[in-house]
Design a protein around this ligand. Structure first.
Ligand SMILES: *[C@@H]1O[C@H](CO)[C@@H](O)[C@H](O)[C@H]1NC(C)=O
Ligand SMILES: *[C@@H]1O[C@H](CO)[C@@H](O)[C@H](O)[C@H]1NC(C)=O
Ligand SMILES: *[C@@H]1O[C@H](CO)[C@@H](O)[C@H](O)[C@H]1NC(C)=O
Length: 502
């Protein structure tokens, strides 16, 4: 009996070994391996109002597939956007110092040289480029030289086109939601027919709308075709320069000054009733290409004007509506300003200032915004609040709160009346700041594209993983399992026949 038991031991050991082996191979690698060494990438998002630095990371042994690259950390550069340093030599470069120093500490030293570093500037620099192209090139060169002085692999500092900004935002959203390909059990596979979602981005100086459409895109400049993971995407995208939140508010002030005349006091229907603030005609209103059409023939840019709020919801709404031009559409249909747009379709994610405005309205009113009419109801309440009510409820400064009524009406009119999200379609918009721990914006999509981490082909790497070493090891362990089982059965048979003989 004892002899037989000892005969069975190797088989049992083998059996356990085989099972453990199979589990090791089959279970998600993430849970079993020690954390792999990471690779890193840095993107500086140089917006019109400020610059943010994002550090991304991914396992060194993996490149393809969605959900692989995650956000490691972020840093907000203090002070204004790089375009605000026009005419101030050294200012833009200096402002990036603290965040770049943080990146040096955040990323392990042995990875510094391999870490790609990009700076992408958006609408703030596009505007400066219109005003003074030499100066915008000088600022870019200055920040480029600063970034080159760090131990990273500096690639470039450029101004993104509106089209690129829209498309990279769309790529980010769908990458984070794993809409391209799904990382699963053992290998990654293509996402069969999971619909991509649209991206709505609202910055300080421009706003972008990007979505997949099967409709004909009548304007060549709004069409973009992407090949990702073996699937072709036909995107509609447009970036409206001067329709970012800050520039829109500036245009609103310019419009009010134009209609009321240049005088010491201007009434603002969107500011809280009784709120009184002083602005400079030049730096706060007319020093921007966006307000060129409203500029009075003669004015003193240094002149201060007090702007007094009247908190008049309907007047504010109508003024905001009139800031969008519905004339001069040379296509079958337009959103506004003569820009072609197919009907919005599918789900959307609205981020950056869309998210903040939505969140302020919700905080201030406790109303859950599900439809455009609910949104209007909430905005009416917001526009009737005093500035102190608003600052107390949100704990945010007057600087932001004075604009919530105007910004909310702007977002509401833009989304529902211009883009065409009706009562039903509005439900398909989710307002979000982050997804999967990463900030939603163009930065991640930009890095993924520039580092070739988004394969155009799909089937190649899926097959490679299946027939690769992984499959052979699995087969080997199954073989061991069979041998062990066979051996056990034989030992058991031997045992019973010997017992029978006794
Ligand atoms: C543009 O900026 C440069 C400084 O880089 C300045 O010398 C020049 O006068 C500016 N031009 C205009 C038209 O403002
Ligand atoms: C707004 O403030 C300015 C300067 O502080 C003052 O002259 C003006 O009378 C104020 N207007 C209102 C309506 O309070
Ligand atoms: C990633 O995909 C490309 C083709 O799209 C392939 O050549 C490459 O080997 C893949 N890399 C990994 C690590 O799977």
């Amino acid at each position: 009996m004892g002899l037989l038991c000892s005969q069975a031991i190797p088989a049992v050991v083998l059996l356990i070994l085989a099972i453990v082996g199979i589990l090791l191979v089959v279970l998600p690698a993430k849970d079993m391996e020690k954390p792999p060494e990471n690779m890193y990438g840095i993107v500086l998002d140089a917006g019109s109002s400020h610059t943010s630095m994002y550090i991304y990371k991914w396992p060194a042994d993996k490149i393809n597939g969605t959900g692989i690259v995650t956000q490691h950390s972020e840093c907000n550069v203090q002070g204004g956007g790089i375009s605000s340093y026009a005419g101030k030599h050294g200012g833009a470069a200096k402002s990036l110092g603290p965040c770049m120093d943080k990146a040096v500490k955040d990323i392990p030293k042995f990875r510094h040289r391999q870490t790609p570093l990009y700076l992408g500037a958006t609408a703030g620099m596009r505007l400066l480029n219109i005003v003074n192209a030499t100066e915008s090139q000088r600022v870019l060169k200055e920040v480029g030289n600063k970034l080159r002085s760090y131990p990273f692999n500096f690639r470039n500092a450029t101004i993104l086109s509106g089209k690129e900004e829209g498309a990279y935002g769309w790529v980010t959203v769908n990458y984070l939601l794993e809409n391209f390909a799904k990382s699963g059990f053992v290998c990654r596979w293509l996402n069969p027919g999971k619909a991509a979602i649209g991206a709505l981005d609202l910055g300080g100086a421009s706003t972008q709308i990007t979505f997949e459409t099967s409709e004909k895109i009548e304007s060549e400049e709004n069409m973009m075709e992407l090949m990702l993971y073996g699937q072709k995407y036909k995107l509609y995208t447009h970036s409206f320069l001067c329709y970012g939140q800050d520039q829109f508010l500036r245009k609103l002030l310019a419009h009010l000054i134009k209609t009321q005349g240049v005088k010491a006091q201007i009434n603002h229907p969107c500011y809280p009733r009784g709120f009184n603030t002083s602005i400079k005609l030049g730096e706060d209103v007319f020093d921007s290409p966006c307000t060129k059409d409203y500029r009075p023939a003669q004015f003193n840019p240094q002149m201060s004007v007090s702007v007094v709020g009247t908190g008049d919801y309907l007047n504010c709404l109508n003024t905001v509506k009139n800031m969008f031009s519905l004339r001069n559409c040379s296509y079958s249909k337009c959103s506004f300003d003569g820009v072609f747009q197919p009907n919005v379709t599918g789900s959307f994610m609205a981020f950056s200032a869309f998210f903040f405005t939505h969140s302020y309205i919700t905080h201030l009113t406790n109303i859950t915004i599900t439809t455009p009419s609910r949104m209007k109801e909430a905005i009416r309440l917001v526009c009737n609040m005093t500035i102190s009510e608003m600052t107390q409820r949100t704990k945010q400064s007057e600087k932001y709160m004075k604009n919530v009524c105007a910004a909310s009406n702007f977002v509401q009119v833009l989304l529902t009346e211009r883009y065409g999200f009706n009562e039903r379609l509005f439900l398909s918009i989710s307002f979000q700041k982050k997804a999967g721990g990463a900030s939603v914006g163009w930065a991640l999509g930009y890095m993924l594209s520039l580092t070739n981490m988004l394969p155009a082909e799909g089937s190649g790497w899926v097959k490679a993983l299946v027939v690769g070493p992984w499959a052979s090891i699995l087969v080997l362990f199954i073989l061991v399992l069979c041998i062990a089982l066979g051996y056990l059965v034989m030992t058991y048979r031997n045992m019973t026949t010997k017992e029978d003989m006794v």
